[in-house]
Design a protein around this ligand. Structure first.
Ligand code: PGA
Length: 256
């Protein structure tokens, strides 16, 4: 019997799309989705500055809006930063935290990501927590250890009632924006390992109910193979989410 976990397809726009381009993309996506509705959860993560307008643009469609980051403090003198409460106040429901680009270019550590998860969940946001190894780590065979360490450090201090609001995204860094994708077997192997890690930390119920998304060059041509794996509960999509038809085709690649 197929599992009962929620399936989630999330769009991470990164630093792409001006205001008008972003709204046009959402309007196109709305049209496609209303022509062929989906029962799955669809999330879009535009840049901060478009969030409030994105919330209005998708009102009544069922699409959820996410931010791509937040600051760990509730408020304060942090020029240029945005708090979880601010995100919640404009209608964002999710926030992506711990993305490898934040780790690589902005020095985010697992400890900092844990603080951000606390800030986000304190204000009722759901978190898409990203983890995943670099090419060097995969080649050295340390990828399982690394992913376990990332998950354990970022999540271990939380109660199960907080973890219920966390979605894990496994994103091998070597597959992000490179056109290289993990094979369905590689994704399944790591997703099963992540579920086992969650079970060790929080027990079977949390492990069985936590959606684990795959991210890294997912596109219409490879989505079905990845999304057909028993422990792959959806996708976090960068490049292909910038084209409405491609993102829509990925949504409909989830096996019935
Ligand atoms: P990609 O990005 O689909 O362009 O590889 C995925 C991500 O970084 O979330």
């Amino acid at each position: 019997m197929p599992n009962q976990r929620k399936k989630i397809i999330a769009a991470n726009w990164k630093m792409h799309k001006t205001f008008h381009e972003g709204i046009a993309l959402l309007v196109e996506l709305n049209m496609l989705i209303s022509s062929k509705p989906t029962k799955h959860t669809i999330v879009v993560a535009p840049p901060y500055i478009h969030l409030q307008s994105a919330v209005h643009a998708v009102a009544d469609t069922g699409i959820k809006v996410a931010a791509q980051n937040c600051h760990q403090a509730p408020q304060g003198a942090y020029t240029g930063e945005v708090s979880a409460e601010m995100l919640q106040s404009v209608g964002a429901e999710y926030v992506i935290l711990g993305h490898s680009e934040r780790r690589q270019y902005f020095g985010e550590t697992d400890e900092l990501v844990a603080q951000k998860i606390k800030a986000a969940t304190d204000f009722g946001l759901k978190v898409i927590f990203c983890c995943g190894e670099s090419l060097a780590e995969r080649e050295a065979g340390t990828h399982f250890e690394l992913v376990k360490h990332q998950i354990t450090t970022a999540l271990k201090s939380f109660q199960p009632r907080v973890i219920k609001d966390v979605v894990v995204a496994y994103e091998p860094v070597w597959a992000i924006g490179t056109g290289l994708t993990a094979s369905p077997e590689q994704a399944q192997e790591m997703h099963a390992f992540i579920r086992e890690t969650l079970q060790g930390l929080f027990g079977a119920e949390i492990a069985n109910n936590t959606p684990i998304l795959y991210g890294g060059s997912m596109k219409p041509a490879n989505a079905n193979g990845l999304l057909s794996q028993p422990d792959v509960d959806g996708g976090l999509i960068g490049g292909a989410s910038l084209i409405a038809q491609d993102f829509f085709d990925i949504i409909h690649s989830i096996p019935a």
